[in-house]
Write a protein that binds this ligand. Structure first.
Ligand SMILES: Nc1ncnc2c1ncn2[C@@H]1O[C@H](COP(=O)(O)OP(=O)(O)OP(=O)(O)O)[C@@H](O)[C@H]1O
Length: 232
């Protein structure tokens, strides 16, 4: 369960909403709308006293509890040690002691066997994002926020990520994306930000209605036979 109540800073304006346990969310909005800033507020990377996680004030949580409650996955992998391998990075993703069986299972799930001993710095952008996805599954926080996880993935990898989002590998998910097709098919609740303000918070079905699509995306998008079509 997550709540944010009247949060304002120089980017976000009067943000309030809540999610029940196991309720997933997609955050949409144009470049610079404030999506990543909101994710950092929710995950307390930007410290604040307006967020509650599972009925507890975030600034009263111990580091360990916060790590169990919420995990922010940034758009780019930042590595503190340039020689660390993918396998070693995943070992460090366990909150408790390393479970090698689970580690191998996740490596196999994401088809990372061939690159598991490669230095993280040498991975391609898409491979780094797969590593972040694997790491988030291993970490297994109660809420995981993905900030543009699929941006550099090829189409088959986006499909794999979609299947993982729809599986039980992760608990509650908050996904920031510019991939409207992914957002459409996941059918999660939608929050739409515009210039730091929440302009829509509600069900997917309502968001992807003709009226709301034309309001936020003018005539660029429409739903045809259950598929989202982009007019270029
Ligand atoms: N540390 C900062 N100091 C000043 N301005 C910032 C800072 N971080 C972000 N901004 C500005 O705040 C606005 C929102 O940024 P944010 O990264 O949250 O947007 P976003 O919706 O995630 O964008 P995108 O879709 O392009 O990733 C942008 O105009 C950005 O330049």
């Amino acid at each position: 369960m997550l709540e944010i109540n009247k949060f304002t800073n120089h980017i976000l304006k009067d943000i309030s909403f809540s999610l029940k346990e196991e309720e997933h969310l997609i955050i949409l909005g144009a470049n610079g709308a404030g999506k990543s800033t909101l994710a950092k507020v929710l995950s307390t990377l930007i410290s604040n006293d307006k967020v509650k996680l599972f009925n507890e004030e975030v600034n009263s949580l111990s580091d360990e509890k916060r790590a169990r409650f919420i995990n922010y996955i940034p758009p780019k992998l930042e590595i503190f040690d340039e020689y660390i391998t993918l396998y070693e990075f995943l070992e460090l993703s366990f909150i408790e002691k390393i479970n090698r069986k689970k580690l191998e299972e996740i490596i196999s799930l994401l088809k990372l066997e061939k690159i598991k001993n490669r230095a993280c710095n040498d991975l391609s952008s898409g491979e780094k994002q797969l590593l972040l996805l694997a790491s988030s599954i291993i970490h297994n926080a109660k809420i995981t926020i993905f900030d543009e996880l699929t941006a550099n993935m090829d189409i088959t990898r986006v499909q794999e990520a979609f299947l993982i989002f729809n599986s039980k590998y992760l608990q509650q998910k908050i996904i920031i994306t510019h991939n409207l097709d992914l957002a459409f098919h996941l059918k999660y609740k939608i929050l739409y930000l515009e210039e730091g303000e929440v302009k829509f918070f509600g069900q997917s079905k309502e968001f992807f209605s003709k009226e709301i699509l034309s309001k936020f995306y003018q005539n660029c998008l429409k739903v045809v036979d259950g598929h989202l079509v982009v007019k270029l």
